[in-house]
Write a protein that binds this ligand. Structure first.
Ligand SMILES: Cc1cc2nc3c(=O)[nH]c(=O)nc-3n(C[C@H](O)[C@H](O)[C@H](O)COP(=O)(O)O)c2cc1C
Length: 342
């Protein structure tokens, strides 16, 4: 249906929703999602062929990425003036079918939702120092409310000792990933050189700072530290790390992961709507022992799902997306298995 010359109103609406959905962040910009239309509803599938086998063996981050895309779908429907009706995991026989999104009753879009919708294209991941501007307390409270509305706790690590502990844990995780060749090879498969025109992966343009230039170590997408193990950043800005937060859930199921993705995107879009952006540091959640240490930093001992930092920066780099035809197959057929491990 994507190539139709005169698409039906339903198809046009589906295109609108999917175009919004794919703007979501995803692990290494892997975009592990597929969509289909069914009786006027939109179906969201996980595409396990795009799962990162070493750093995401259980598909936890894949599911978080799909959750973020689901929030964008919901938002795009609200923007058109309809309440989305969501059925999560609607078919037990098809576990890679994550959600069925139906058009609900007409409802005027709220100013909050509209602000987030306007921020969809502005939101991007930042890898480097932020400006000196701090996230105001009122905005931090809004982030926590948005996460809570999705059943996720946002824990702000404002205490210097807790931030220091997290910084050491992230460094240890990143050091392990740089040491183990398999991790490096997996990362480089998603790293794109300057000027590359593929529709996925992380472009070098988005990685211009040394990965160790702020208090939380970043992933080394450009292979800088592999080329020269002793390469140290010429300049560091620990004070420009931004507000460090952890998103955590009471349990650690697929439902929790999908909820985390929706909460994540809500927080990111609220931030973008107010001129703030985020950096991600999820490496320690990829090792059971380090994830347990991050868990000990959350007051209620909840399961950590995301590690983020938020701050202000004046410029953004666009990352590519796959075409509509690739993610919304023409025949609308359910992607068979989509590589699901079960
Ligand atoms: C579950 C998840 C984990 C991520 N982890 C990291 C990370 O550890 N380091 C990083 O630089 N970016 C991380 N990202 C951000 C992605 O690399 C980014 O979303 C992707 O490249 C698309 O770019 P954009 O967010 O600018 O649209 C993560 C994103 C998601 C959804």
């Amino acid at each position: 249906m994507t190539a139709e010359r005169n698409p039906s109103p339903h198809a046009r609406a589906a295109h609108h929703l999917v175009r919004a959905a794919v703007l979501a962040p995803s692990l290494h910009n892997s975009q592990p999602w597929l969509f289909a239309c069914s009786d006027g509803a939109l179906l969201l599938y996980a595409d396990y062929r795009r799962r990162l086998q070493l750093c995401d063996p259980y598909g936890r981050q894949l599911m978080i990425s799909c959750g973020a895309a689901l929030f964008n779908l919901r938002l795009a429907m609200r923007h058109l003036g309809f309440r989305p009706v969501i059925h999560l995991f609607p078919d037990v026989g098809t576990p890679w079918l994550l959600a069925r999104v139906e058009w609900g009753a007409y409802a005027r879009v709220t100013p909050d939702a509209e602000l987030m919708h306007q921020a969809l294209r502005r939101r991007h991941t930042h890898r480097g120092p932020f400006s000196a501007a701090r996230v105001p307390t009122s905005l931090m409270e809004a982030f926590a409310r948005h996460a809570h509305a999705e059943g996720v706790q946002l824990v702000a690590l404002e205490d210097t000792a807790a931030r220091g502990r997290l910084s050491r844990i992230v460094h240890e995780a990143e050091a392990r990933e740089r040491r183990v060749p398999g991790f490096g090879a997996e990362l480089l498969r998603w790293a794109r050189p300057f000027g590359d025109d593929r529709g996925d992966g992380v472009p070098a343009e988005a990685c211009v700072f040394h990965p160790d230039c702020v208090a939380l170590a970043g992933r080394d997408f450009t292979g800088l530290t592999r080329r020269r193990a002793t390469a140290r950043p010429r300049e560091t800005w620990p004070a420009r790390t931004g507000l460090v937060v952890v998103l955590a859930t009471p349990h650690d199921t697929r439902q929790d992961w999908l909820r985390t993705g929706q909460a994540l995107q809500r927080v990111l879009l609220c931030a973008a709507g107010h001129g703030f952006t985020a950096g991600f540091h999820t490496q320690p959640l990829e090792f059971a022992d380090l994830r347990a240490l991050v868990r000990s930093l959350t007051p209620s001992g909840q399961h950590p799902q995301m590690v983020l930092r938020l701050g202000r920066i004046d410029w953004q780099v666009r990352t590519p997306r796959r075409s509509l035809a690739e993610v919304l197959p023409r025949d609308g057929a359910a992607p068979a298995g989509a590589g699901h491990p079960a």
